[in-house]
Design a protein around this ligand. Structure first.
Ligand SMILES: [Zn+2]
Length: 103
């Protein structure tokens, strides 16, 4: 989702303009927004395992806070833990079983 915001930002705005990105914490229900300049966001995503979170959203068991700012923080996710978190996401399984094909 943030990739789409980034693409749009690159087309219509400058690298130092501020945009609202979606918090990338491990909670599937999280809808928090964080404000960063495009330059800041690109620097975070240049590191594959780094993500932008709203303050206080880091899970210390799987995410290491590498940068703290008043309105956002940057975490680095441990590779293995990230995979486990994805597999345990109950939402994807539920969506598949609730889906009724058209008769
Ligand atoms: Zn969050």
């Amino acid at each position: 989702m943030n990739e789409a915001i980034e693409q749009q930002a690159l087309r219509f705005g400058g690298i130092d303009d501020e945009y609202e990105f979606v918090c990338e914490c491990s909670s599937a229900e999280c809808v928090e927004r964080v404000t960063l300049t495009l330059r800041q966001y690109e620097q975070v995503r240049a590191e594959g395992a780094r993500f932008v979170l709203a303050p206080g959203h880091a899970d210390p068991e799987v995410e290491l806070v590498v940068h703290r700012a008043p309105d956002h923080q940057v975490v680095e996710k441990d590779g293995a833990a990230g995979i486990i978190a994805e597999q345990e996401d109950p939402r994807s399984a539920e969506t598949a079983s609730d889906f009724e094909p058209e008769a």
